[in-house]
Design a protein around this ligand. Structure first.
Ligand code: RBZ
Ligand code: NIO
Length: 348
């Protein structure tokens, strides 16, 4: 897969936003990271002031994982499908938080070991029911990784055309913190030990097994300058491939993406291997407890907006940041300037 260089975010709008931040009725820099976020949004939307996002969409990419056979999680595989049912019925944590912040939720079946009834909330791109057990075999053929990346890209472009102006990445897939750790280790060169965490909360024995699986998978991978599709095919999940494509498509459509936890961060690293400009379109929603998330965010040059000790996934940490993203845009759109409000500026 060839690496492309997409369109960078707009420097002119960012300069305008920087200038405007300095004229608003507050000491320069006093709104801290909210100011940087506003400038980034101006660059992404190519407008100053940037629009306040009106239609945020949380995309929960779901898939099952053959590596569950290695005992890397205590949860049975059927929980993935059962949780998809819970999302569609509105009963999961992400449904509650989405309602709280005024975002919509869509579930994408990227490869769950079940069939679901059609629903307006469900989009199906499934090519297989479960990935291969990455401890002993590739996760998927590279052709499938490429197809799912394409699906993610076209989904983002379609949603943007329908008016979605903020995309949030979410995930569901029992055992998926294991392939996430492997992708992060392979993409950053950081050790399996440093990126592997307790996922849903596994005990010391399971953590040791999980770390050994990640180390083996990464060590056995041949290829120094691997492409995203090669890495995904060897050690990824269907949801990682779809989310990587979604992020690339969002950047192409000038739509910001709020990342959730470790699964989203692994997908973002893959997206950055496909298009080296995608980082500019990314907002780190939160710092997941899972150590690989922090390693990946540092590699991407992103600092998380909130740090609440979350380790759930589904898009929960991303959802919580929506009010902050809206606030950052609204400050630029609605605050008075020293001039317009007749407020004196500081003496030099
Ligand atoms: C009931 C339940 C709901 C969840 N929602 C998200 N996850 C999260 O936990 C799983 C990954 O952790 P591990 O790699 O340790 O299996 C993923 O499904 C992830 O989305 C859940 C997990 C469970 C059990
Ligand atoms: O970082 C996450 O999003 C996460 C952590 C643990 C389990 N599932 C997801």
């Amino acid at each position: 897969m060839t690496v492309k260089t997409g369109r960078p975010i707009d420097g002119v709008s960012m300069d305008e936003a920087r200038g405007l931040q300095g004229r608003l009725t507050k000491p320069a820099g006093s709104l801290g990271r909210l100011e940087d976020l506003g400038i980034q949004l101006a660059g992404i939307y190519r407008a100053c002031p940037p629009p306040v996002p009106r239609d945020p969409l949380i995309v929960i990419a779901a898939g099952d994982h053959g590596v569950i056979a290695e005992g890397v999680t205590p949860w049975p595989q059927e929980v993935t499908a059962q949780m998809v049912g819970n999302f569609l019925a509105g009963g999961a944590a992400i449904n509650v938080l989405a309602k709280e912040v005024g975002a919509r939720v869509v579930v994408v079946d990227c490869g769950v070991h079940a069939q679901f009834e059609a629903s307006p909330m469900l989009h199906v791109v499934k090519r297989a029911l479960v990935t291969g057990d990455i401890y002993v075999e590739p996760a998927m053929p590279e052709s499938v990784a490429l197809e799912l990346i394409e699906e993610g890209m076209s989904f983002a472009l379609q949603q943007a055309a329908r008016g979605v102006d903020l995309l949030l990445t979410g995930d569901m897939g029992i055992a998926n913190t294991t392939p996430s750790a492997a992708l992060i280790a392979a993409a950053t060169g950081v050790s399996a030990h440093a990126v592997t965490g307790r996922g849903t909360g596994v005990d010391d024995h399971t953590l040791a097994k999980k770390t050994a699986v990640v180390a083996h998978v990464v060590d056995s991978f041949q290829g120094d300058r691997a492409s995203a599709s090669q890495l995904l095919a060897r050690m990824g999940g269907f949801e990682h491939a779809f989310l990587a494509g979604l992020i690339v498509g969002a950047a192409e459509a000038s739509v910001p993406v709020i990342l959730d936890g470790v699964i989203s961060v692994a997908a973002a690293l893959m997206a950055s291997l496909i298009d080296s400009t995608v980082q500019q379109y990314l907002i780190a929603g939160h710092r997941s407890v899972e150590p690989g998330a922090s390693v990946g965010l540092t590699h991407l040059g992103l600092a998380p907006l909130v740090d609440l000790g979350l380790r759930l996934g589904e898009g929960t940490g991303a959802a919580l940041s929506v009010p902050m993203v809206r606030a950052a845009a609204r400050i630029l759109a609605e605050m008075a300037t020293f001039d317009s409000a007749g407020v004196s500026t500081a003496k030099d």
